[in-house]
Design a protein around this ligand. Structure first.
Ligand code: MN
Length: 167
């Protein structure tokens, strides 16, 4: 599984036009972190999933919300990193501002990051709603910002070989 990240050419990441996780982010080991999910009723209703790493919130817009049933997988579109303070925000974003609409915290809590490579993040979350093992798998063939957000029963599901080899 860890082979997936290493076969992804760095030049692809550069072409994608956004920063990959820091090179120091190796898989292996468990790291304490925090997550937040915000329900965001903006021009389109979506959920923002944010995971703390290296002093910022790595962020994804998840149109259908986090996958809750084991085996479920939902599209997640990576957006720019957000400052940690964004994770506390609830309220109205005024018209004319980016993300104008209503933000509510849907869930938040501690989590343990089990794996974090350029293409694969696995964590165990301890929220009120988001509990258990989850994964985010980058799907370059779908687009530069495209990830799948997976609910895992216990252990990370294997990345489909067909996805990995066509990258
Ligand atoms: Mn949003």
């Amino acid at each position: 599984m860890k082979r997936i990240a290493s076969i992804s050419p760095r030049s692809d990441r550069e072409r994608d036009g956004f920063s990959p996780p820091q090179p120091s982010a190796q898989s292996g080991g468990t790291r304490a972190s925090r997550f937040v999910v915000q329900d965001h009723r903006a021009r389109t209703h979506h959920y923002d999933f944010r995971l703390e790493k290296d002093g910022v919130l790595k962020s994804w817009a998840v149109p259908k919300g986090p996958p809750l049933a084991p085996g479920e997988r939902h599209l997640a579109l990576q957006v720019e990193d957000h400052p940690l303070s964004c994770g506390d925000f609830e309220g109205e974003i005024p018209a004319g501002h980016y993300g104008a609409g209503t933000v509510r915290i849907w869930d938040r809590g501690p989590c343990e990051v089990r794996e974090w490579t350029g293409d694969r993040i696995v964590f165990v979350s301890h929220g009120a709603r988001l509990r258990g093992c989850f994964g985010l798998i980058r799907m370059r063939q779908l687009g530069p910002r495209h990830w799948l957000f997976l609910s895992m029963r216990r252990h990370p599901a294997p990345v489909r070989a067909s996805s990995a080899t066509t990258l």
